[in-house]
Design a protein. Structure first.
Length: 133
């Protein structure tokens, strides 16, 4: 469980799996479910205490309450991407999974839920696509 002081800064990180629908359509929903489970597990391994959720079919969010600086956040995002790049072989297949990440800091990049999500989404678009394989 995450403990933080109400109103204290935190980071919202969005992860969008760019071609997940095609993988799901071509390889089947079982393979898609296995990939989503592997991604969720990897997001929770070796990162700071966080609270994560699946926002949409191919989009996840993480709240990181203890990231103190943009440099620490950048290093953390790089570690997360490194974990996600590990192969996820299922039934002899290693899908070409691609994704984007973006982050916003409360309250610097938004003091409301909608502003924070909007700015994290903008950062996600600015980040570009990275191969997660």
């Amino acid at each position: 469980m995450i403990k933080s002081i109400p109103g204290s800064p935190f980071r919202l990180v969005l992860l969008d799996l760019d071609n997940f629908k095609q993988i799901n359509d071509m390889a089947g929903r079982e393979t898609g479910d296995v990939l989503l489970t592997a991604i969720a597990i990897r997001l929770g391994q070796g990162v700071l205490p966080s609270c994560g959720t699946r926002l949409d079919g191919d989009e996840f969010s993480l709240i990181l309450p203890e990231v103190q600086s943009p440099e620490v956040l950048s290093d953390l995002l790089k570690r997360m991407l490194s974990r996600l790049r590990a192969p996820c072989v299922h039934e002899g297949r290693n899908p070409d999974l691609r994704g984007s990440m973006g982050a916003a800091i409360f309250p610097l990049h938004g003091a409301s839920r909608s502003a924070l999500l909007r700015n994290a989404d903008i950062a996600l678009d600015d980040f570009g696509t990275v191969s997660l394989r």
